[in-house]
Design a protein around this ligand. Structure first.
Ligand SMILES: C[S@@+](CC[C@H](N)C(=O)[O-])C[C@H]1O[C@@H](n2cnc3c(N)ncnc32)[C@H](O)[C@@H]1O
Length: 469
């Protein structure tokens, strides 16, 4: 079975949108054939036939902002078999026992072999079982999967490996308190690295549930969150309260639809601030340009870029200073040539950093007199700077008010006024149907996606626009 599990980031809808976009437009074509709130099941058109496919998966992992791990699928068990083997209430004990044996037979078949989870039997073997439920708040996960399936798999997998000849077979033990409470997170990407689970005699074995059933997979690549965290947190200048996350910066860059030969593309962030997008753009090999109305921010970004290049042990190009400039976005076309950029990726001014909900009238005034004119002029200038058919990937705020309404800039109107078309972030025809309400994509997801934590007053809405000719 040449299918792969992509473990999604915490904003799973945005992660799926990013992944689907990648599979549709990059050279590694493919499709999401099933998904849950934690994983997407991907079928590639050709990638799996490539002898170097693991290297390619590593490249994809590096590019995607919303992907924690990529695992190869070895088999699938339909959901009714699982419910029979692990029922909510055991009434037919013998039937459950019999069905469990069927599950073990499937595992026995795929655990060792040239095309198996482990290529052969080793003297000493180690594995970690990671169960990804359909939805974390599913009671079946906390009560049955964590408390019954997990111990069953640990014990039986260990036995199977020993029967097959391993002298020592150990498994990763999750802290007992999380198992007891049912609130268990599968091991994090940095643990996969720490426990060397990408080595041949060691493995993270993923058991990923969707509404359809259980996919059994082995992890091949993981995100390196420590490196991203280091860039994000240790750079000389950063404003913790307001900056976007590294993941979001990567996802935004990906919606520019420039997946190959990134070093050839010139990307602008005209509200560069302390340079989050600029830094991750550089890491992704783009030629990054930036500007900001505030001279201090321009210097901060320059310092941050120098710091990053030193960290990467790369030469500091002499022209960096000509690429990060002080400009008001409203006349930025005086600073850069027309039709110069292949993409603009930015988080514009979002208004005050509200920690408490403001009044409707306050926000209305902010939107009418400040944000709408600013976004309008930003789009007008962006049109001049971009090459034909190039894209802008940017954030616009949604502000919750005391009066109960969410307020936002009318981006659709400004886009059409300035000759941009809205690029759909989701192609609903490409995504399989789901019956659970929480798992469904809605029509508004096509136009934009939201990135926000619960209770945040100012939420970030992500839009992608394309320049009309
Ligand atoms: C939300 S912040 C961007 C934060 C950035 N993503 C970061 O990583 O730090 C918005 C930035 O827009 C700048 N700005 C506000 N009005 C501007 C204008 N008219 N032209 C250019 N920059 C402007 C501000 O100085 C601020 O640095």
């Amino acid at each position: 079975m040449d299918r792969f599990i992509f473990v999604l980031g915490s904003n799973w809808k945005l992660s799926i949108a990013e992944l689907d976009h990648y599979l549709k437009y990059s050279s590694n074509k493919g499709k999401i054939i099933d998904y849950s709130a934690n994983v997407a099941v991907v079928e590639f058109e050709e990638l799996h036939q490539d002898r170097q496919y693991i290297n390619k998966l590593m490249e994809i992992q590096f590019i995607l902002g919303g992907c924690q791990k990529i695992a190869r699928i070895y088999d699938f068990i339909d959901i009714n078999t699982i419910y029979d083997a692990f029922p909510v209430q055991i009434s037919k004990y013998q039937y459950a026992e019999k069905t469990r044996k069927k599950i073990l037979a499937v595992i026995d078949n795929i655990i060792i072999g040239k095309k198996g989870i482990f290529p052969k039997v080793y003297e000493s073997m180690f594995f970690a079982v990671s169960i990804y439920p359909n939805l974390y708040d599913d009671k079946y996960y906390s009560e049955i999967l964590v408390k019954h399936l997990l111990p069953f798999l640990n014990k039986e997998l260990m036995n199977i490996l020993k029967q097959k000849g391993a002298i020592k077979a150990l498994y990763y033990q999750y802290p007992e308190k999380y198992i007891k409470s049912g609130h268990l997170n599968p091991i994090f990407p940095h643990h996969v690295i720490k426990f060397e689970l990408l080595n041949e005699n060691r493995a993270e074995i993923i058991f990923a549930f969707t509404e359809e059933g259980l996919y059994i997979a082995r992890t091949f690549t993981v995100d390196d969150p420590n490196f991203k965290k280091k860039i994000d947190e240790e750079r000389p200048f950063k404003e913790f309260k307001s900056a976007i996350s590294p993941k979001l910066a990567l996802i935004m860059l990906n919606f520019l639809n420039l997946y190959e030969n990134r070093d050839k593309y010139k990307i602008l962030d005209p509200f560069v601030g302390n340079g989050t997008i600029a830094l991750f753009g550089i890491l992704q090999d783009f030629q990054i340009y930036g500007s900001d109305i505030d001279n201090k921010k321009v210097n901060n970004t320059l310092r941050n870029i120098h710091w990053l290049l030193e960290l990467l042990e790369e030469e500091i190009p002499p022209f960096t200073h000509q690429r990060i400039l002080k400009y008001d976005v409203r006349n930025i076309s005086n600073g850069f040539n027309s039709f110069f950029f292949e993409g603009i990726c930015t988080e514009p001014e979002l208004g005050p950093f509200y920690t408490k909900k403001p009044y409707y009238s306050q926000v209305k005034e902010l939107i009418d007199t400040e944000l709408t004119p600013l976004y309008n002029e930003f789009l007008r200038e962006a049109y001049k700077l971009l090459k034909p058919n190039s894209r802008i990937s940017f954030i616009s705020p949604i502000i919750s008010t005391v009066d109960g309404n969410d307020m936002q800039v009318n981006i659709e109107k400004l886009a059409s006024k300035n000759n941009f078309r809205i690029v759909p972030m989701m192609d609903l025809n490409r995504i399989p149907n789901k019956s659970h309400q929480k798992l469904r994509f809605r029509k508004e997801h096509v136009v934009n996606m939201i990135d926000a934590k619960k209770g945040q007053v100012v939420k970030r809405k992500l839009y992608v626009l394309e320049k009309k000719n």
